[in-house]
Write a protein that binds this ligand. Structure first.
Ligand SMILES: Nc1nc2c(c(=O)[nH]1)N=C([C@H](O)[C@H](O)COP(=O)(O)OP(=O)(O)OP(=O)(O)O)CN2
Ligand SMILES: [Zn+2]
Length: 173
């Protein structure tokens, strides 16, 4: 079905599994900034879910490909995402059914399933394409961002008292 090169994600695990799946769903984005996307419309979403881990389960799987598909496809295919109030909300931007939030939600749903398995693999990336020209990559376990260091303060030589530079009375310097 999908024949696409996806972005790679760095992780420390020896096994990596990728599952492609698609689902058709309707949504609208309840924000003025979304323009025409405030109106109900539909997409065929294409997802690529990347799962990694150290150990296989008793079937020799990192996780069964079919279980990953079922989890997401059964949940979202031929639904109106805005009506899935367990996952989305029309009130809170962080839960509007945007591509970003749908990608994160897919990662969270799959991870919740993986947390219940014996070998406990992890979701390291969700690639979610909403239109032929728009997609999101969500990496739940990405490296911590480096802390920004404050700019070093330059001493203000004009306003600092500098007794060592002041001439004393009778000083011949
Ligand atoms: N950062 C985001 N921006 C937009 C989102 C989103 O989820 N995250 N969603 C939309 C709309 O829902 C729309 O379905 C997709 O928008 P867009 O890529 O602009 O769709 P087009 O097919 O019209 O793109 P063209 O490349 O112009 O054909 C909007 N923005
Ligand atoms: Zn849309």
């Amino acid at each position: 079905m999908l024949q696409q090169i996806y972005p790679t994600v760095a992780h420390p695990y020896p096994y990596e599994l990728n599952k492609d799946l698609q689902f058709a769903a309707a949504h609208y984005v309840p924000s003025e900034a979304a323009g025409k996307c405030q109106r109900m419309h539909g997409h065929t979403y294409f997802a690529n879910i990347t799962i990694a881990g150290d150990m296989l389960d008793s079937s020799g799987f990192l996780v069964n490909f079919a279980e990953v598909k079922k989890l997401i496809h059964d949940r979202f295919d031929h639904t109106v995402l805005n009506e899935d109030t367990d996952s989305f909300s029309n009130e809170t931007p962080d839960r509007f059914p945007t591509t970003e939030v749908v990608a994160r939600t897919i990662a969270e749903l799959v991870q919740a399933h993986l947390d219940r398995t014996e070998n406990k693999p992890v979701v390291v990336q969700v690639f979610l394409r909403e239109t032929p020209t728009s997609y999101i990559v969500y990496r739940p376990n990405s490296q911590p961002k480096p802390q920004l260091q404050p700019e070093p303060q330059q001493p203000n030589l004009q306003s600092q008292p500098q007794p060592h530079l002041q001439l004393k009375e009778g000083d011949s310097r």
